[in-house]
Design a protein around this ligand. Sequence first.
Ligand code: KDG
Ligand code: MG
Length: 460
Amino acid sequence: MPSNAGSGNRREFLKSAGTVSLAGTAALAQPLLGRGAVSGDAPRPASTAGLPPLKITDVRVIVTCPGRNYVLVKIMTSEPGLYGVGDATLNGRELAVASDLEKHIAPLLIGRDPEAVEDIYQFLYRGPYWRGGPIQMTALAGVDLALWDIKGKRAGMPVYQLLGGRTRIGALAYDHASGNDFAEVEDGVRKAMERGFKVCRAQVAIAGLQGTYGTSARSKPGEVAGPAPITDLPSTELFEPEPYLRTIPRLFAHLRTKLGEEMELLHDAHERLNPVQAARLAKDLEPYHLFYLEDVLRPEYKESFRLVREHSTTPLAMGELFNTLWDCVPLIKEQLIDFIRCDLGHIGGITNARKVAALAEAFQVQTAWHGPADIGPPTHAANVHVDISIPNFGVQEMVFFPEATQEVIPGAPEFKDGYMMVRETPGLGTDVNEELAKKYPYQRAYLPTARRKDGSVQDW
Ligand code: KDG
Ligand code: MG
């Protein structure tokens, strides 16, 4: 499989090859903007910076389970050895996205100019008439990341350079600490500190409630982000707001008493509260100076953030369940949040994330892109390329991928002294080993679900 290395030489070669092959052809005689070659294609130039025109020749969708399910998109081009790899993983609905890509999106891409990244984004977002939604926007993200990867490789530059160049050395990263009691969580935060993290998320099991969000997937602090247990059908957890609301402020009181003020701490409420409960939690957590409190409300209830804001100065973060730029507008323009936490893999990729970041910049909101284990290394790489090239980056959630994942999908950003670093290779820096991927076939898996004690459905 061709590697990123040497693409500079390839570029030089193609520049000269392009000049030769185009000479005397009709392409040179055409005006700069000719008609597109495929249905609905953008007007395309006869050449780009002396390189011959490029076409998408194939779109491969790779579904693999090296520890957990991932969906990768590999876009092949007419330039020998030049391809891009994107990630289109949507936890629990992987096959729906894979099918959207294979059946609906791939035929639209063949023959198209892969360099027209924004145009392809617009075409795939507005073209089908039906907009948004996690399945469509995850598929779009897979395509978008692969196209940025191609663009970077063709330019001979890491993607962050194409986004404007470095604004910082690396992306401040946060780790996850969880446990069955306060002492276990404290131990997890200490381990994170020892490894160089300056920010850590803290989640604790709630006594009497089995399987609280954030505590079951990885009970031992310091381990790699373990896969959620692969079960044929979803598990059911139990949630009651009152014990949760009593426990979490006590957890942070414990952590501040034991660890002091130096370590930055945050907490994910995971969309489980109603407005007045959310306001109470934010208020009760004020003395412990969280870096932020995440997802206190469900994404449907954006206006309820006003109530939370009125009652507390705890910084708020929201956004992993948003799918479009317009989902972000209400919270950002009223400064109802401090951190926008979209998932690049579910909001259409880098092309849309840049716009979200720019919108946020105008309202003093910082970014904190979602970075869990259930999105693949190309999305983690994309996160960091954006993080290190924008002015209003806040913090980056990160995971350490298990060995099998690293072998199948190499190139995830590296962790160094509390920061995430992308590789300095052209493109995103990630790849997929298609042969190895075949050894790990898809396994049906669901996210857990949750219910209240009376049996009614609860957000997990
Ligand atoms: O698939 C769901 C996870 O991505 C989500 O539960 C993780 O909330 C999450 C976080 O903040 O990482
Ligand atoms: Mg979250």
